[in-house]
Design a protein around this ligand. Structure first.
Ligand SMILES: *Cc1c(COP(=O)(O)O)cnc(C)c1O
Length: 405
């Protein structure tokens, strides 16, 4: 008789965003006359930049001709994309990364999860709390998280509370982790680490022999010039960090699917090179990203592409600013939104996060994401996203203001 991976049974919650969606859909069904504004799920809304679309059309036509047809792509990615990544995301910022340290993938979520294949099952993980739920859930499935407590946290995971008292920045934990997840700009709080903060983590990881999994999915949203864009801006980070990036939020690729991970050759454990292990892992379990998609990603780095994605990101950031100001005007405390498409709203005194979620849905038909879905310290907060049309954002702000009247 077959058995299942029993770790799945340890998962505490339904996938958060599915729950949010179900609640919103139920409300919509019961109230067909009401217009819901969805500021819950972190998915982009603007169409792909024309530079990207043109590249995809051209690549598709190439695939239809015998002379230019391509079969399986190289495991690590085509050189044209690897070189564009290295040149633009690293060399241009004075960071020395070589093409054989970059691995193109179908996105950051897969990479965050798949990278765990490289690590020992008894490694202890540390996460910012709150944070993107995928880090913890994938470790639950791998058996590294232990068992769920009543509040949905796991007994073997080291949670690093990030709240108003520490400016939403994690502090070095008392218990020593082996794998440290860092996500800046942070989903959901929008907090963005400065140079000294990142240096503190790199120094700590080097000292205790931990690895940092640095998720930079929102790197392109950084507007403050003094904030590092890559963990490799910190000296010696190549000895302790893997960086994961995505074209999803940067260039509207949530439906196209492309990202990459940097696994430096300096990373070693028990004499084994993580770069070599990751190559082995990818070539065994993954057959690469399609030619059309890699050409699309390459176009993100063309002069036209760069200009267009900058325009889109600025649009979302302006949305974020409008929401944040609107909330502050009615006396709510709101964080993030400066280097991030997310606004982290403190719920008014009498509300828990799910209560505030339900209240906003019923009263003004606005869907947010309850903070505790991102970890126990998210309790008392709600995440709103700037991924929507300007029209809907302005309407949402008006609706919030109506709560005060
Ligand atoms: C959206 C998001 C991702 C997922 O990116 P994909 O490339 O679409 O899989 C990864 N990390 C964080 C923090 C995210 O918010």
């Amino acid at each position: 008789m077959f058995g299942i991976n029993g770790n799945f049974l340890k998962l505490a919650n339904n996938y958060l965003f599915a729950t949010v969606n179900n609640k919103a859909n139920e409300y919509a069904k019961a109230n067909p006359d009401k217009k819901i504004i969805r500021l819950g799920i972190g998915d982009v809304t603007l169409p792909l930049p024309s530079a990207v679309v043109d590249a995809m059309v051209k690549a598709s036509l190439e695939m239809g001709k015998a002379e230019t047809f391509r079969g399986y792509p190289p495991y690590q990615g085509y050189d044209f994309l690897l070189e564009a990544i290295v040149e633009n995301d690293y060399k241009a910022r004075g960071i020395d990364i070589s093409v054989d340290e970059v691995f193109v993938s179908d996105g950051a979520k897969s990479d965050c999860s798949n990278i765990l294949d490289l690590f020992s099952p008894d490694n202890r993980i540390a996460v910012q709390d709150p944070v993107y739920p995928v880090y913890v859930d994938t470790n639950v499935i791998d058996g590294r998280a232990g068992r769920a407590r009543p509040d949905g946290s796991y007994n073997k995971v080291i949670y690093m509370p990030c709240d108003e008292s520490n400016g939403f920045m994690p502090e070095i934990p008392d218990r020593q982790p082996d794998i440290i997840y860092l996500n800046f700009p942070n989903n959901p709080t929008g907090a963005t680490a400065d140079y000294n903060t990142l240096k503190k983590w790199v120094d700590y990881a080097l000292k205790v022999g931990a690895i940092i999994l640095y998720d930079g999915a929102y790197e392109a949203f950084i507007t403050e010039e003094d904030k590092p864009r890559s963990i490799y801006e910190i000296p010696d980070a190549k000895y302790c960090a893997i960086e994961i990036r995505s074209f999803s939020k940067t260039a509207g690729f949530t439906g196209v699917r492309c990202g990459y991970s940097v696994v430096p050759k300096e990373l070693k454990s028990s004499g084994a090179s993580l770069n070599e292990l990751w190559y082995r892992r990818q070539s065994t379990k993954f057959n690469g990203v399609s030619y059309v998609v890699q050409r699309a990603a390459e176009a993100v780095y063309s002069p036209e592409g760069k200009r267009q994605i900058r325009e889109n990101i600025n649009y979302y950031l302006e949305n974020a600013k409008i929401i944040k100001q609107g909330l502050e005007e009615i006396g709510l405390k709101a964080y993030g939104g400066v280097n991030s498409p997310y606004i982290w709203v403190k719920t008014p005194d009498k509300f828990g996060s799910w209560e505030f979620f339900d209240y906003l849905l019923r009263k003004i038909q606005i869907v947010g994401t309850p903070g505790e879905g991102f970890g126990p310290s998210g309790k008392g907060f709600l995440r709103l996203t700037a991924f929507n049309s300007r029209e809907n954002i302005l309407e949402a702000v008006e609706r919030f203001k109506s709560l005060k009247k």
